[in-house]
Design a protein around this ligand. Sequence first.
Ligand SMILES: Cc1cc2nc3c(=O)[nH]c(=O)nc-3n(C[C@H](O)[C@H](O)[C@H](O)COP(=O)(O)OP(=O)(O)OC[C@H]3O[C@@H](n4cnc5c(N)ncnc54)[C@H](O)[C@@H]3O)c2cc1C
Length: 438
Amino acid sequence: MSSRKKILIVGGGFTGLTAALRLSADKNLAVMLVESSAQLGGLAAGFPLAGTSLEKTYHHLFLTDTAILDLVKELRLEDKLMWCDSSVGIFHAGKVYPFKTALDLLKFTPCSFLGRLRTGFTALLLKHRKNWRGFVRVTAHDWMTRACGSSAMASIWTPLLKGKFDRHFDKVSMAWFWARIHARANSRSKGGGEKLGYFRGGFNLVTKALENKIRARGVNIQTSVMVENFLADERSAIINGEKVAFDFCIFTGSSYALAKLLPNQEKFSNYATQLRSIEYLGAMCLVFTSDQSLGDYYWVNVSASDTPFLVFIRHTKLVDKDFYGGKNVYYIGTYLAPDEKLFNLTDDALGNIWFDYLPKIFPQFDASKVEDKFIFRFRAAQHIVDTDYERKIPAYETPLPGVFLANFSQIFPEDRGTNFAVREGEKIAALIRSRLTA
Ligand SMILES: Cc1cc2nc3c(=O)[nH]c(=O)nc-3n(C[C@H](O)[C@H](O)[C@H](O)COP(=O)(O)OP(=O)(O)OC[C@H]3O[C@@H](n4cnc5c(N)ncnc54)[C@H](O)[C@@H]3O)c2cc1C
């Protein structure tokens, strides 16, 4: 009989794949990875487009993303990573304004002159400030209003907060906001503008390399397979109606997804309540290709009260369109509560609403010239990082014996991202190893 310890990893996103990579290095462990969707990659999963792979939701790396950059080096994919010049615009009151440099900010007339000066000063302050602890209990909306004034809030920050957090926009912690500005401001090359990383072949290249490596080490990878629930005291889970035993399990899905899998017993009810206190928004992205040239920016924040989406992205402004057979590739995206009407429209209805709005930004846009069109929805895409958030963060160790949780709701104050998923995957694998040796 084999004496190898059994490790069950639930979720084939970057956290689960990284944990599998680290744990499968130990020949004394039998690792099984179970993913409910048909493919690996989680929120960073790709789909085939023009002979390559593109993310279902827009993805790039920052220069500060050290955990994933180290992994990329280890997987020998460094030469596939391109550092590209970013360009950012803001759509406001019928016009797209450049919004990349200090000079762009100074010329951003929808905001009062004083508001522009205060915004520039605040951005500098947040870039250089290292201590974020004092920001935890203050909302970004209040702090930024005090720092930049109401004109800057109305024209720049409030629409961004609303786009990312929907109706929760005025609850978000300033610590999260600080981390976001801090990472972006520090993702500039020396003396140059912002650089963003993207892979030839998309993020799927990293997913595939991880998959190949862990498969070669004997990890049993099962896709389209769901962990249905955990059993109370038996170190086992129900998968495809069968009981599967483990010594240790790492769950990497959302916190509310774990709450649903807990045994229905009084002793787990407080934990279930804690997990459910973390609210999630869903994300929707429409990807389309066209010969039409729409705008001069990679990223356009849509700052208008009537807008049905948050962001318009010209992916092929960041990455050469030759990678996609010479086609322009665009994303339209937004975050929404999954129970909202827009989230539940049919693909055609949603596409029509978004395409009908697009000529307000790009008057030359012609929907009949759209070639390929894809719509993707994710139900647990962004958690609401409010001023009470630190208290809600679940520990790695759960009350279920042998079951550990590692997901992006534990990342704070940083914004979740593939870099932090890799970091968490490493950390949880190290924790399991330490338990095994203990
Ligand atoms: C719109 C959008 C844009 C983004 N942009 C960027 C970006 O530019 N750069 C960046 O680095 N990151 C970006 N991210 C974030 C990044 O994609 C995520 O932080 C990262 O992929 C999370 O990885 P994860 O493994 O922790 O979680 P996930 O990717 O969510 O993986 C968890 C997996 O667990 C599976 N699962 C859950 N429950 C079960 C179950 N019961 N049984 C089996 N499987 C289960 C799920 O299907 C899922 O695949 C973006 C995300 C979104 C939504």
